[in-house]
Design a protein around this ligand. Structure first.
Ligand code: AMP
Ligand code: GLY
Length: 416
């Protein structure tokens, strides 16, 4: 098969690495890809935002399957556009992507189909929001921007002043533009977070091992929220929580999209909190998680492409995933200034010294004169699997000691 990946991050590099192992693969392409992905895939000069260019490239290059990595092109309707052109696409429709792109849409979906989630209220303008906040007495209180905000649109407010500030930032200063035109006020939940991903073919789902992201920038879950600073997989769930995830989250999700006639072929990612009352949904993503995917794919022993093909062919039911019994850890190396204002253009050294059993997936790098330079916020995902979590951590952190760039930052507590 000829496969085209859309995207350029660490997740897409990991997907490219895994797809390359498939006996079904003929040629791999990526738009825009990256210098690292270009080592194993054709990366034409087509922009990720150029939907017509992508369609043309896919048709001309006889692409059998397009896999869309990031949320933006999904939210802008790339899947619909390519599907209409007769291409097979792994990645949901624009309507399906609203489950990630609009928190209001997602919460109303959860509510309608009885998926467990925090109580919420939608606030349509700043004056109304302030009124509701004034009436609210219980803190912390969660205020969320409705639209996409690169993981930064959520504020856990400790008091009324912070809640007012969130409303002002999102709705008046519009720090996330149109994404803050509506906000959600949400009940504060407590518990450990997990990421549950499942393949979905429209009619059925196949759950992947549970993983855990480490979203805050600093050790001990301190500092600002980021796209994710590291992940581990698998994470053990007790039988009751697993049952809730399967029957009340994933099954109701699949039944819900069918009932609402939302075309959904791809990955559903449920961000869940394990609260004292059981698992509750914090959010949906409609794609593979980043960096969870970097920690999951090394555990896949079967053919990822065969599974994805089964999805786009509507034949997911009855499929199985072969998963290693080992544990995988990935730690993100980020640039100084990330997430606000990452420094770029720093030379990365030591990649050659990383042992062969440690994988380094590139996120924000570029190549100049044969050398990798930093070119984003999250730069590399250093990944290893081993029989135990402790051994996997050891492998990852001793490999990180070999790598360096000016201002390099990482969390030392991934998996602790
Ligand atoms: P989200 O983008 O909705 O997943 O939120 C980002 C992060 O904010 C989550 O991973 C949680 O750590 C935190 N968060 C979101 N909603 C809540 C909530 N209702 N209660 C407590 N923490 C939350
Ligand atoms: N790691 C969280 C996400 O992919 O959105």
């Amino acid at each position: 098969m000829n496969v085209l990946i859309i995207g350029s991050g660490g997740r897409e590099h990991a997907l490219a690495w895994k797809l390359k192992k498939s006996p079904l693969l003929k040629q791999l392409h990526a738009i825009p890809g990256s210098a690292a992905i270009a080592e194993t895939a054709a990366c034409p000069a087509v922009a990720q935002t150029d939907f017509e260019g992508i369609r043309k490239y896919a048709v001309e290059n006889k692409i059998d399957l397009v896999l869309i990595g990031p949320e933006e092109p999904l939210a802008k309707g790339l899947s619909d556009r390519l599907t209409a052109a007769g291409l097979k696409v792994f990645g949901p429709s624009q309507k399906g992507a609203m489950l990630e792109a609009s928190k209001q849409f997602a919460k109303e979906f959860m509510h309608r189909h009885r998926l467990p989630t925090a109580d919420f209220q939608i606030l349509y303008d700043a004056a109304f929001a302030r009124e509701k906040i004034r009436d609210h007495k219980k803190y912390p209180l969660v205020i969320k921007a409705d639209g996409l905000a690169a993981g930064k649109g959520v504020r856990i407010c400790r008091d009324e002043a912070q809640a007012f500030e969130a409303v002002s930032d999102f709705m008046e200063k519009r720090i996330f533009g149109f994404s803050g035109s509506k906000v959600l006020m949400e009940e504060f939940l407590t518990g450990r977070e997990i990421s549950v991903m499942a393949f979905v073919d429209g009619g059925s789902y196949l759950m992947l091992p549970v993983s855990r992201d480490h979203k805050r920038l600093l050790d001990g879950d301190a500092g600002p929220n980021t796209g994710g600073m590291g992940a581990i997989a698998p994470v053990a769930l007790d039988a009751a929580a697993l049952e809730t995830v399967k029957t009340e989250v994933l099954q109701r999700f699949v039944d819900g999209v069918k009932k609402d006639k939302i075309p959904f072929c791809g990955v559903i990612y449920a961000g869940l909190m394990l609260t004292p009352e059981g698992p509750k949904l914090l959010e949906f993503n409609v794609r593979f998680g980043d960096p969870e995917t970097q920690a999951l794919l090394p555990l896949f022993e079967g053919d990822l492409l065969a599974l994805i093909k089964a999805c786009v062919d509507g034949k997911l039911s009855g499929q199985k995933i072969e998963i290693s019994k080992e544990t995988c850890v990935t730690a993100v190396l980020s640039a100084k200034g990330y997430p606000e204002n990452p420094e770029k253009g720093k030379m990365i050294s030591g990649l050659d010294a990383v042992p062969a059993d440690v994988l380094v997936f590139h996120a924000g790098t570029r190549k100049e004169d044969g050398k990798f330079l930093t070119g984003g916020g999250r730069i590399l995902s250093v990944t290893a699997r081993a029989a135990t979590l402790g051994e996997a951590r050891k492998k990852v952190y001793s490999a990180i000691e070999k790598i360096n760039f000016e201002g390099m930052h990482y969390r030392k507590d991934i998996g602790l």
